[in-house]
Design a protein around this ligand. Structure first.
Ligand code: HEM
Length: 397
């Protein structure tokens, strides 16, 4: 018997109601499709699993399907520490924050392209391209070719993609051929002693850590992972926050009267509408959770989105979106995970969220919904796949 059906469209539509029921009735909830697996939804349990990486390993990957052999999210210490140190060389929080002027300029350029239209779907117009262009810049990919890479990012959310499965960059697809050609030309520049651009690709190619350099497959693995990690998730953050503010005009008014609330509005969005519902861990030995015995190698999902609305942790108003919530408390959300795998792109995602949301509400007067947004189809993700809106144009006013 299954306690919940993650793949039922209603779960995607009314996620919080399902989370609240699971927290109350079955804190270690059982699912049986396509095999036996479990979910923890209470904040204390999610915290416990994420902390104990020796029992709850990432070795089988963060999805429902097994994905061993990758980078960062599919490895445990000590390999994991090597990967983190490598990515730290490629970008530090300070470097990410230094991109603010660039990001502000590109967001305004994007808005210039559609501002005269007066209506449209903000997902393809705005929430999707912003993170794609930013991650392309960071990684050193050609921005015009980013559309070619989009299927790689879409693979994460595509309804046909088996649960938890992420297309691996090793496969021979137009996107991986493009990545490979970028890598080859950069390796040639390096071999010829030419000056290389200051981006993640150059760092990965020249990186030497513990006396070793990266193989082609490793460079491809990091590039593919960062591309996926940095695009869809941030699209959801921007879309979720815009949608929530449009639905709750009182909160939008508070924000527009006092933009110093913006960082907390981004945190509250990450708490209330976590872009990633949850990710999996696998136990390295037989164990017991809430009195349920499970054998070694059982997949258990840590529901970040549920932990983020657990009244035991957040108080009785946990189920309300409130940008005035105590900032010290709000930022303890689980949207970026916790523990050794804590998101390395968090400062960049927050920055993109802040700049994008401020620009959209400042530049599109009287922004309003014109229809029901469509929920994203991927089960691990939470957000909108379309956001139909209208706004006043200079011509119309
Ligand atoms: C709102 C946007 C984002 C969300 C919600 C998000 C969420 C997450 C989560 C939940 C994890 C933890 C994985 C786990 O515990 O297994 C993670 C890891 C990671 N994220 Fe993000 N992410 C976002 C944006 C980004 C961006 C923009 C980048 C890159 C520029 C990035 C790079 C990474 C990396 C490198 C890791 C792996 C850390 C590790 O395994 O040690 N993320 N992210």
């Amino acid at each position: 018997m299954s306690d919940f059906d993650f793949f039922d469209p209603d779960f995607q539509k009314n996620t919080q109601t399902h989370f609240q029921r699971m927290q109350r009735e079955c804190p270690f909830a059982h699912a049986d499709k396509p095999f036996d697996w479990y979910a923890v939804t209470r904040e204390a349990d999610v915290a416990e699993l994420l902390k104990d990486w020796e029992l709850w390993t990432s070795f089988s990957g963060p999805g429902l399907a097994n994905q061993s052999g990758g980078v960062l999210v599919t490895v445990d210490p000590p390999e994991h520490l090597f990967d983190r140190r490598l990515i730290n060389k490629a970008f530090s929080p300070a470097q990410l924050l230094a991109m603010e002027d660039d990001i502000t300029a590109l967001i305004n350029e994007l808005i210039d392209r559609f501002i005269e239209e007066g209506e449209g779907d903000l997902v393809p117009l705005f929430t999707m391209p912003v993170p794609l262009i930013v991650i392309a810049r960071l990684l050193g990919l050609d921005e015009d070719l980013v559309t070619q890479m989009r299927p790689l990012a879409d693979a994460v959310i595509h309804p046909d993609t088996p649960p938890g499965k992420i297309e691996r960059p090793e496969q021979d697809t137009p996107q991986t051929r493009y990545l490979r050609s970028m890598m080859d030309s950069r390796r040639a520049m390096h071999a010829n002693g030419e000056k290389m651009p200051d981006d993640v690709l150059s760092t990965l190619i020249t990186a030497e850590l513990d006396g070793r350099t990266l193989t082609d497959e490793e460079v491809m693995g990091f590039m593919g992972f960062l591309f996926i990690a940095g695009s869809q998730t941030t699209t959801q953050l921007i879309g979720n926050l815009i949608y929530r503010l449009l639905q709750q005009p009182d909160q939008l008014e508070l924000l527009m009267n006092d933009w110093s609330l913006l960082p907390n509005a981004v945190e509250e969005s990450l708490r209330f509408d976590a872009p990633v519902n949850g990710l999996f861990r696998t136990n390295t030995r037989d164990t017991e959770v809430h009195g349920v015995k499970i054998p070694q190698d059982t997949k258990v999902i840590c529901m970040f989105g549920a932990a983020n609305i657990d009244p035991e942790f957040w108080g009785e108003d946990a189920g309300e979106f409130n940008i005035m919530r105590n900032p010290q408390l709000t930022k303890r959300h689980y949207a970026f995970g916790k523990g050794i795998h804590y998101c390395m792109g968090a400062p960049l995602a927050r920055l993109e969220g802040r700049v994008a949301v401020k620009a959209i509400f400042e530049r599109l007067p009287n922004l309003r919904l014109t229809g029901e947004p469509k929920e994203i189809a991927a089960h691990v993700m939470h957000g909108v796949d379309s956001l139909p809106v209208a706004w006043d144009t200079a011509e119309g006013s």
